[in-house]
Design a protein. Structure first.
Length: 415
């Protein structure tokens, strides 16, 4: 890479701005290729299934299953435990040697969220300094993708190896823009299974200056009606959260909104809502008719018995109660929906499964737990399964990171 790294980054941003949103990544990878004298440069984005990478091209791809939409092609590369998967999971640069070439795989990540991989083919193996620059360039590419995907459906289309149902389309708009977030005091990640046909489950979070807000909800029923009920519930919870209401007030307002406005008589939403003080670890939790959360601490996985409340929307004038616990460094808080405990998954030893994945970053842990649910319940779930995992480190302050990820806490073992 040319000595002036700042000039390369400036060129990346300029080329992205000058190009149309659908061509921004291609323009940026062209800039990277020229700076490195690379044979080729590609962005492989993470499939929404969490089990593959996707290369977007304008030409028919060969060697792997492909999808087409007009001139666009999506080449799917399923995970096989190899270097592509491990580069993503471990958040480390991988080198491959073949036919006199060296392929560099660099994670494209922002605040722990794995957007994909930067794949660079070179004639010669780069030295340590160049590899470090490539890692930083891949990090910058993450922001290009985040900025441009707001203006086009191309990336979203490419990530969907399975067509979405209408209910899933509605539901996806209720989810946070990033499924993973790393900060100094915590790391969290959420997941839905199956991603393409969910209808009633959501998870949500928001990081304030001194507080982490979080929630998992499950609207009654299935399909579009359930997704619409969920929209009303999540909209109310976000509205009251953003105006500064406390946890109980958020629940009570959502309860009234659902009882008054739900399009189905008797519609309701179960929920676990939380509020964590980032300076002290004090965690206020409210359970509205939902599966109780689980606390993993010092080799034990215990159900948190919280005050019982009715689901949101069941009785318009119902009051709600919360309870506060104190998280300790090393704790893991796990919130799931009842799809994880549905009858076909009843044989799953949830505490045992949680203890078996304590070594995994939440980003990988939610997928591993989802795989365990699918293994117990079969290939098709009778109900949505939603997971939210929060690892508590304590010590609010700067977050150690390298090229977008806290590599010291990344998953180190293949799954």
């Amino acid at each position: 890479m040319e000595d002036n790294e700042e000039a390369v980054l400036t060129g990346m941003l300029q080329s992205a701005e000058e190009a149309a949103p659908v061509e921004a990544v291609q323009a940026v990878t062209g800039t990277i290729a020229r700076a490195l004298n690379a044979l080729s440069v590609s962005l492989l984005i993470a499939d929404l299934s969490g089990r593959a990478l996707v290369r977007l091209t304008h030409q028919t791809a060969t060697g792997h299953p492909s999808r087409h939409q007009g001139e666009e092609a999506a080449e799917v590369l399923p995970f096989d435990g190899g270097p592509y998967e491990q580069a993503l999971r471990q958040q480390t640069v991988q080198l491959l040697h073949s036919d006199g070439r060296c392929t560099v795989l660099a994670p494209v990540t922002e605040r722990g969220e794995t957007i994909g991989l930067l794949e660079i083919d070179l004639l010669d193996e780069p030295d340590v300094a160049v590899l470090a620059r490539i890692a930083r360039t891949a990090h910058a590419l993450a922001f290009v993708v985040i900025a441009n995907r707001r203006h086009t459906d191309l990336f979203e289309w490419g990530q969907r190896s399975t067509p979405f149902t209408l209910s899933a389309e509605i539901q996806r708009r209720l989810l946070p823009a990033s499924f993973t977030c790393e900060a100094g005091a915590f790391a969290l990640s959420g997941w839905l299974e199956p991603a393409a046909s969910v209808g009633g489950d959501t998870f949500d979070y928001s990081v304030a200056r001194d507080v982490l807000h979080l929630g998992v909800t499950d609207a009654m029923g299935h399909g579009v009606a359930s997704a619409l009920t969920a929209t009303l519930g999540v909209g109310s919870l976000r509205n009251t959260r953003r105006r500064g209401d406390n946890l109980v007030a958020q629940a009570e307002e959502a309860n009234r909104a659902l009882a008054e406005h739900a399009n189905i008589r008797g519609a309701y939403v179960t929920a676990v809502l939380g509020r964590i003080d980032l300076a002290t670890g004090r965690c206020e939790l409210l359970n509205a008719g939902h599966v109780p959360p689980t606390l993993v601490r010092e080799g034990r996985a215990e159900t948190l018995e919280l005050p019982a409340n009715f689901p949101l929307g069941m009785f318009a004038d119902e009051g709600y109660r919360s309870e506060t616990i104190t998280l300790l460094p090393g704790d893991r808080l796990v919130i799931v929906t009842d799809g994880v405990r549905e009858r076909n998954a009843a044989d799953l030893d949830l505490p045992g499964a949680l203890l078996g994945i304590v070594h995994l970053h939440p980003r990988e842990a939610v997928r591993a737990l989802s795989d365990a649910v699918l293994a117990a319940a079969g290939p098709v779930l009778a109900d949505d399964a939603t997971l939210l995992i929060i690892d508590w480190y304590g010590g609010q302050g700067p977050r150690p990171s390298a090229a977008g990820a806290d590599t010291a806490r990344a998953s180190t073992h293949p799954q």
